[in-house]
Design a protein. Sequence first.
Length: 149
Amino acid sequence: MSYDKDDKRTHLELIQNVVTRMASNSFAIKGWTITLVAALMALSAASGTAKLFFFIAYVPLLAFWILDGYFLSLEKIYRKIYDYVAKDKITNEEYFSLNMTLYISRYNQIENNKYSGFKHVVDACITKTIFPFYIGLTVLVSVVFTLAL
């Protein structure tokens, strides 16, 4: 099977579509986080159980923070795959493949790197694009519930 310039362009478009989906998922998660936290704050104001909603509000906040970090980590992996394909470093096995484990194993061999999925997600959770949003929201929830109690 040959892999010409048109095939390469198609493969790069497939990878770019994955990166775009990951970015839109991250945006949607931020929207859901604000919606759920605001709804829980409104419910706490309407009911007399502010302490219960105080603790419940942190559950979706933490869950969506980790999920957002996961999508950002996937986006970073697929951006590396994009660079890998763009530099013509793929093998026959990797033609039109979006299987990130193939690329991670190759990347680890080339760069003498040790990929760790958990560490990659944690690193993504504390990047400058995610950390300020979620830590700011956490502080806001804490301040509102402290004033409400």
